[in-house]
Design a protein around this ligand. Sequence first.
Ligand code: ADP
Ligand code: LRH
Length: 492
Amino acid sequence: MTGTTFAAVDLGASSGRVMAARVGPDRLDLHEVHRFPNRPVRVGGTLHWDVLALHGGILEGLRAAGRDAGRLAGVGIDSWGVDTGRLDADGVLLGNPVHYRDARHETAVPAVHAVVPPDELYRTTGLQHLPFNTIFQLAAARGTAQLEAARTLLLIPDLLGYWLTGAVGAELTNASTTGLLDATSRQWAWELVDELGLPRGLFPPLRGPGERIGELTAEVLAETGLAGPVPVTAVASHDTASAVVGVPASTDRFAYISCGTWSLVGVELDEPVLTEQSRRAGFTNELGVDGTVRYLHNVMGLWLLQESQRTWASSGLTADLPDLLAAAAQVPVFTALVDADDPRFLPPGDMPARIAQVCAETGQVPPQSVPATVRCILDSLALAYRRTVRRAAELSGREVEVVHLVGGGARNALLCQLTADACGVPVLAGPVEAAALGNALVQARAAGVLAGGLAELRSLLCATQEVRTYRPTPGSGPGWDAAEARLGGSRA
Ligand code: ADP
Ligand code: LRH
C-alpha cells in the first residue's frame, strides 16, 4: 500500500525529534529520523533556549527525512508553548528566547495584576495562572532595549517556521497559551494588549491549524538537499494540542494525560469554561483543532523525575531510568506524598532536596533513598492526575470513562498502573509520539490525503497505533481515597 510522507517536527522540553510520517487513508507509520537534545543554556544570569541548535537539528532531520522518503509532501512544527523570539525591523532575531523556567518572569505578576486583576484576566483569556505565561514574560521585559527594538513577536514554532519559509504569523493553538488571546472570540485580546501598554504591531496575524505557512526557502532546500517545492503547514503548533489530536479515542467520554516533561491533564470541550470556580481550580482553556477547547491543568509532570535524575547523575549516583523504576516498584505505595503542583518544584535545581523539604514540612519522613524518592514522585503524580481528572469532569460536566495517557510517560508501566488505580478507570497508554502523530494527521488532512473531523483522524490512530490497557487493581480504591484525604490536609 502506498502513502505520502510528511515530516513532523516535535520539539519537547527534553528533546527534539523529526519524524517521517507515512500517511494514507488506511496507513499511519511513524519513523524517527533524527532526535537531538534540547538543552537550555544559562548565560548572563538568564536561562535561554538554544534556538539555533534547534534550527540546526530541524535541518539535519529534514535532510534525513528526505534521504528516507525520497520526497517530502510537507513539513509541520510543534513545540512547547508560551516562549517567544522577538524580531527587529529587519526581521532579525533579537537575542535568544528566554526559557519559561527563568525566575525573572514571575517578578512581573503583581504589576500585571495591578492593571488587570486575575479574575478579569481569566474571564477574557481563560488561562490557568502560570507565572511564565507570555503576558508576564512581556511585562517583565518592559523597558528593555530588546523589547523596544522588537517589531514582531513569534512563538517558538512560528519562529522556526519563519526561518524555514520567510513567512510570519501566530498559530492559534499556541497563541492560546500566551494569556493575550481572547478565549471566546479567538482573536488577540486587543483591549488587554492596550491596557498593558504593549504595541499592537508586535502581534502577527493569527493562522489556524491546517493553514499553509509557505514553502521551504531556496536556502533551506540547499541546506537539506530536498527537492522543492515543499509546503510548510501550520499544524496544531502547541505540542499539547498536537498530542491531543494524537489521542486514539473512540468515545468522547475520555480524559487525556499528555505525559512528558509536563503532564497536561484534562478533557476536550466545544466551549470554554470561564467560571470563577474553574479559575480557582487552576484550569486552562487552550484551543485545539476544529474549534475545540483543551480544558486542562498543568501538572508538574515528569520534570520532577528528570530533574532528580540530573541531580543524582551530577553526584555520581545511578540515574538510569529502567533501573530506577524497577527499584521504585519495590517501595511500598504512599510512603511519602507531595503536592506535585507545589510551585517550588518549577525552577531547575536540586529536586530531591526540595521533595525532602516539602515532606518534612508536611510532617512526613522524607524519602530515605533514591528509589523511595522515585516512588514518592510517581505516587504523587498519580494522585495529582486523579484529582485533576475528577475536577475536570466536575467543572466541565464531561463524563470520563477512560483516561488516555500519551507521550514519553506511556513507557512508564509503573506510573500507568498507579494512574489507573488512582483514577479508578482504565488507562489506555500510548502512543508515545502522540504529538508527532497529531502533527502529521493535521498536515495530511490539509494536503487532502485524509478527510473528516477529529473522530475520523482518531479512528485511523485506533486502527494503526499500539495501545496498552491498564485496569484499576481490584481493591486499590480506598487506599487512594485515604491518600487524597492525607494530601488534602497538607495542601495550602
Ligand atoms: P517532552 O516532549 O516534554 O520532551 P517526552 O514526551 O519525550 O517529553 O517524555 C520524556 C519522558 O518520558 C522522560 O522524562 C521519561 O520520564 C519518560 N520516558 C522516556 N523513555 C522511557 C522509558 N523507556 N521508560 C520509562 N519512562 C520513559
Ligand atoms: C508542554 C507545554 C505545556 C506548556 C509548557 C510550557 O510541552 O507546551 O503545554 O504549558 O510546555
